[in-house]
Write a protein that binds this ligand. Structure first.
Ligand code: TXA
Ligand code: MG
Length: 374
């Protein structure tokens, strides 16, 4: 079957909990005909196509501007499909699927020969997940095929957590958008590679590393997850080597103890404002002086912060700031996913608060010339 040619986008407002069956029926017939449907998941919106149709999948890459060596996640609605699309499924994959599906966990397993090479970017593994959003599950079920779907943003932009974000990135490049309001989790699924020993988290996300360990015991973090310099290490998940989640503004993240972070962010923002429009991504309702301010909420609620993170990065961009100074988060629980996305948005520009406090002028002039050392 040929992929359909680009069409004007139809937008369906669907009920999150009881999606209208006529809308799901129309969307699933688009999928079966080789078209592109944007749908909500509990993490972020996905740009979906029939994972078994190479022409439809090719359109995903084209529409997103996604590099062809970056494989897609295949979304399923029944557990059996893990065994049909994957092979050599061991007890750990089974236990994780049983515990966390449907939900924000993606399993990388050896692949069977059911999928075309383009879907997995020629790899001999496949990333599979069963989302728990009723609209996503309904769409996959009615389509009757597994759905390949990356996040529905233009490559390099923050993932979309509302249909509005999708429209701004992909309007008229997709056939339909199912709009069910803002997503719950706000950061993408956790990706765990079960082909390494012990299993290795390639991307922290909605399911925490602590939760994974409780089910399968030892689990490693790929070194790029916590920000070893990109380029020094072989990127195992092809997506890791791209500067993802990036707003247009330059981003700098300040890490350390909460009180010190706030002092350091304020000082750095004040210095940078002599030359730039500065946005601050703060917490706890702290009243920073900045050209634009977004507050991720109380530090005691990192899940609330995760939910708002991508929206606020986009909003700060919309305010036309040149640089965003962000408060860092403790790298535990969902905080690991928040920091991973902030590190990527910052391209590694993560500075300890005490260093900012000691060397503010030096650091702000480094940032000015875009050549921050070490
Ligand atoms: O929450 C999510 O996972 C969302 C929603 C739509 O399901 N999807 C998503 O897809 O974030 P995407 O394409 O933006 O990110 C998928 C990540 C990429 O970093 C990709 O490199 C990695 O998963 N990946 C896919 N297949 C892989 C494989 N076989 N081995 C290792 N990494 C893989
Ligand atoms: Mg993505």
């Amino acid at each position: 079957m040929e992929g359909r040619s680009p069409a004007k986008t139809t937008i369906y407002r669907v009920d999150r909990d009881n999606p209208e069956s006529e809308f799901l029926a129309e969307a699933s017939s688009i999928i079966r005909a080789g078209g592109l449907v944007v749908f909500p998941t509990e993490t972020v919106y996905g740009l979906g196509a029939d994972a078994l149709n190479p022409y439809a999948v090719e359109r995903i890459f084209r529409v997103k501007g996604r590099p062809p060596d970056n494989p897609l996640i295949v979304h399923i609605a029944v557990h059996d499909d893990l065994f049909i699309l994957g092979k050599g499924i061991d007890w750990r994959a089974e236990a994780l699927a049983k515990k966390f599906w449907p939900g924000p966990l993606t399993l990388v397993v050896p692949r069977s020969n059911k999928l075309p090479a383009i879907t997995v970017a020629g790899l001999d593994t496949v990333a599979i997940r069963m989302p728990r959003h009723p609209v996503a599950l309904g769409l996959i079920r009615l389509s009757g095929v597994p759905i390949a779907a990356p996040s529905a943003n233009l490559s390099g932009r923050p993932s979309p957590t509302t249909a509005d974000h999708v429209i701004r990135d992909l309007a008229d490049r997709v056939d339909a958008i199912l709009d069910a309001g803002p997503t719950d989790i706000g950061v993408e699924s956790t990706v765990i590679d079960l082909t390494s020993e012990p299993p290795q988290v390639l991307r922290p996300g909605g399911v925490t590393v602590e939760e994974l360990r409780a089910v399968v015991g030892e689990v490693d973090l790929h070194p790029l997850v916590t920000g070893a310099p990109i380029g020094d290490l072989v990127a195992k998940s092809p997506g890791m080597k791209y500067r993802h989640y990036a707003p247009r503004a330059k981003v700098v993240v300040v890490v350390g103890e909460a009180g010190e972070i706030k002092q350091a962010v304020q000082l750095l923002a004040a210095h940078l404002r002599r030359r730039f429009r500065v946005g601050v991504l703060g917490t706890d309702g702290h009243r920073y002086e900045a050209d634009a301010l977004r507050d991720l909420g109380p530090r005691s609620s990192p899940s609330g912060a995760a939910q708002r993170l991508f929206r606020y990065l986009r909003e700060l961009d919309d305010e036309g700031v040149d640089i965003i100074v962000a408060e860092g988060w403790p790298e535990e629980g969902i905080g690991l996913a928040i920091m991973n996305r902030l590190r990527k948005a910052a391209g590694g520009l993560v500075i300890p608060a005490d260093r900012v406090l000691r060397e503010t002028p030096t650091i702000s002039s480094y940032l000015r010339y875009g050549v921050m050392g070490t």
